[in-house]
Design a protein around this ligand. Structure first.
Ligand code: PEP
Length: 232
């Protein structure tokens, strides 16, 4: 099981350092070595033997005239080699198109980054039935090299993100089993994962890990979630 935390626009540089200081010894104690956190850009820092640090976003450039963006040069300074691409908040709020996302993917894949690539559908699509659901989800792989060796896909139904209402076990199985059938990739589930539901989600065969927003923000709560997920 892989545990991935997305802080979004939460935490500062100081509080992220504090967070790592709190979480690391707990992970060390339970022998959990594959936790990944995505802090905001100002809090990027090198990880350690238990926690890897990735970038929530960057532009497909080494450097240049892209006001407000980070490029490879800025990530390199912190030895960041992992990036989150395609998150629904960037698609929906920041207006990233599939074409733009595919360019970002290609650039960072060429640079050898580990990529956590998010897909997910809004409620109105889910309500149209399975055919519409899969058509929508697979369109989010347009321009994406699904054979890239350092790719992990995160399925995050938009209606389950930040709502407190996770997808049901059957909802998750339906999508993850289909994804596993078509793509030979590690899969994360994301959307209101918390201490109360992680044990059930973790025992689904086609779930290789979880991407956690709200319930990852407190280091001790995230540690509890990880322990529950591992049955530790
Ligand atoms: C997310 O946005 O990646 C997410 C999973 O958020 P939450 O856990 O808060 O639903």
């Amino acid at each position: 099981m892989r545990f991935v935390a997305n802080f979004k626009t939460n935490h500062t540089r100081a509080s992220t350092a504090e967070y790592i200081k709190t979480l690391s010894p707990i992970l060390e104690e339970i022998g959990c070595k594959n936790t990944l956190i995505f802090p905001p850009a100002t809090a990027l820092q090198e990880g350690n033997s238990t926690i890897k640090v990735g970038a929530q976003n960057a532009y497909f450039t080494t450097n240049g005239a892209f006001t407000g963006e980070l490029g490879l040069e800025q990530l390199d300074e912190f030895n960041i080699k992992t990036i989150l691409i395609g998150h629904s908040e960037r698609r929906e709020i920041l207006g990233e198109s599939q074409e733009f996302i595919a360019k970002k993917f290609e650039f960072f894949a060429n640079e050898g980054f580990e990529i956590i690539y998010c897909i997910g559908e809004p409620l109105e699509i889910r309500e149209q039935g399975d055919e519409a659901l899969f058509e929508y989800l697979f369109a989010q792989f347009e321009g994406i090299d699904t054979n890239y060796s350092k790719l992990t896909v995160a399925y995050e139904p938009i209606w389950a993100i930040g709502t407190g209402v996770s997808a049901t076990i059957d909802d998750i199985k339906l999508v993850h089993n289909k994804l596993k059938e078509k793509l030979n990739l590690p899969l994360l589930y994301g959307g209101s994962v918390k201490v109360a539901n992680i044990a059930d989600i973790a025992q689904i065969d086609s779930v290789d890990g979880v991407l956690v927003g709200s319930a990852s923000l407190d280091a001790n709560e995230f540690a509890k979630l990880i322990k529950e997920g591992l049955g530790a």
